[in-house]
Design a protein around this ligand. Structure first.
Ligand code: COA
Length: 378
């Protein structure tokens, strides 16, 4: 081991895996998943994206149907599991409910895809049931014959969703399904490297996703748009936030130095919705706030190039789909679970425990004095 290796807070730019899953081009603003640009993939259904991520190639219609059936069975099993852990729905926060509900899932020895479908199914069931409980309504039984996005929206509202909304949700789930070595994916890989089970990997990943610097940002994005009100107030409001040392939600990224390509995909999904008569109440304001935020952040940190990330238009799109902001992060988890499963499979194939080193900077017993090598590693 090189004792002089610099410590990089946040593991910035440290390569921790080789992957065939995705390429995040931070300078070019491109995202490639399994060899295709995200813009090309955005028309897929969630089932097809799962097939692509899990198998390595776009699924044939028969394989797509198999994944659809698997996810349907997963939702039905998730619904039955829920009856064993009804207290999960009492949590005041939807992510806590999801964490509690998923933690109670069984993790028997079974093909990983089956566990993956049970996990994805349980996420959809739990988030819908949590929201209905909040409104004093009973959960809706899943319909395993429906596609995943379609049934998720139906379980939320209690009625079949219009095709335009289902397409919008599919685009969202597909767009966020996989995105390199983000914090939750890395967490899942660390757990998988210990040869622990997939449910444990997903529960751990969920904990990482919950934080406001990762998947917890889109709810606060809408709060920000509400707080700004008329667009002409945006610049002053944003400057005041920075002056108070707060971050602007939905902007900035560890890897992207240009606009996140997924922002454009989600904006296009909003335009498609609008063309079908589902207009967003926030889109015009969001565009104005984005312009103001980029200008204000450029003046604040010109060297960092803080640009719009995926969460900004996630908030606007999910709102237009009728999904309440308390569910934004759980719906993110619904999409990202497909990527977590694919990464767990890759990590298992590597088969090497993830166990990095640290540099000890605390005191040493007097007897160790004069042994500098001990100071460096641990
Ligand atoms: N608003 C204000 N300042 C920001 C900022 C934002 N959205 N994003 C980064 N910065 C500032 C940081 O405060 C930091 O300043 P410092 O050096 O004085 O501490 C500096 O820019 C670091 O930038 P960078 O290294 O590019 O960011 P990071 O890798 O540390 O963080 C995020 C990346 C995503 C966590 C960060 O941009 C952020 O918190 N964004 C808001 C939350 C969000 O939208 N999360 C969703 C991510 S997809």
């Amino acid at each position: 081991m090189n004792e002089n290796e610099p410590f990089r807070p946040g593991l910035e730019d440290v390569v921790v895996a080789e992957t065939a899953l995705s390429l995040v081009d931070g300078d070019g603003g491109r995202l490639v998943v399994r060899g295709s640009a995200i813009e090309e993939l955005s028309a897929l259904r969630f089932e097809e994206m799962c097939g692509l991520l899990w198998d390595g190639a776009l699924p044939t219609p028969a394989r797509g149907e198999e994944v659809r059936r698997g996810l349907g069975e997963g939702r039905v099993e998730g619904y039955h599991e829920l009856s064993r852990t009804p207290a999960a729905l009492d949590c005041g926060d939807a992510m806590e409910a999801l964490r509690a509900g998923l933690a109670a899932l069984r993790a028997p020895a079974e093909p990983p895809e089956r566990t993956g479908c049970r996990v994805a199914g349980a996420i959809a069931v739990l988030l819908a049931a949590w929201q209905r409980r909040r409104l004093g309504k009973k959960p809706v039984t899943p319909d395993p014959t429906r596609a995943h996005a379609d049934d998720l929206l139906r379980m939320l509202s209690g009625a079949a969703a219009p095709a335009a909304l289902v397409r919008g949700l599919d685009t969202y789930l597909v767009t966020v399904a996989e995105h390199g070595m983000n914090a939750s994916t890395f967490t899942a890989r660390v757990v998988a490297s210990t040869r622990s089970d997939l449910v444990s990997a997903v529960v751990a990943a969920l904990g990482a996703l919950k934080g406001p610097l990762h998947g917890g940002a889109p709810g606060p994005v809408l709060d920000m748009l509400d707080a700004i009100g008329p667009p002409e107030r945006a610049s002053a409001w944003l400057r005041a936030e920075l002056a108070a040392a707060r971050r602007i939600m939905g902007l900035g990224h560890r890897v992207y130095r240009v606009r996140d390509p997924r922002a454009l995909v989600l904006e296009a999904a909003l335009a498609a919705l609008e063309a079908e008569g589902v207009a967003s109440r926030y889109l015009a304001l969001a565009r104005a706030v984005e312009r103001a935020a980029v200008a204000v952040l450029d003046a604040h940190r010109p060297e960092r190039k803080l640009r719009t990330n995926v969460e900004f238009y996630t908030a606007v799109l999910l709102d237009a789909l009728g999904i309440p902001r308390a569910l934004f992060t759980p719906v993110f988890a619904a999409g990202r679970s497909a990527g977590w499963l694919a990464h767990v499979a890759e990590e298992r194939a590597v088969g090497r425990l993830i166990r990095p080193r640290q540099r000890y900077v605390g005191p040493l017993p007097a007897a160790f004095a004069g042994e500098p090598a001990l100071v460096a590693v641990g």
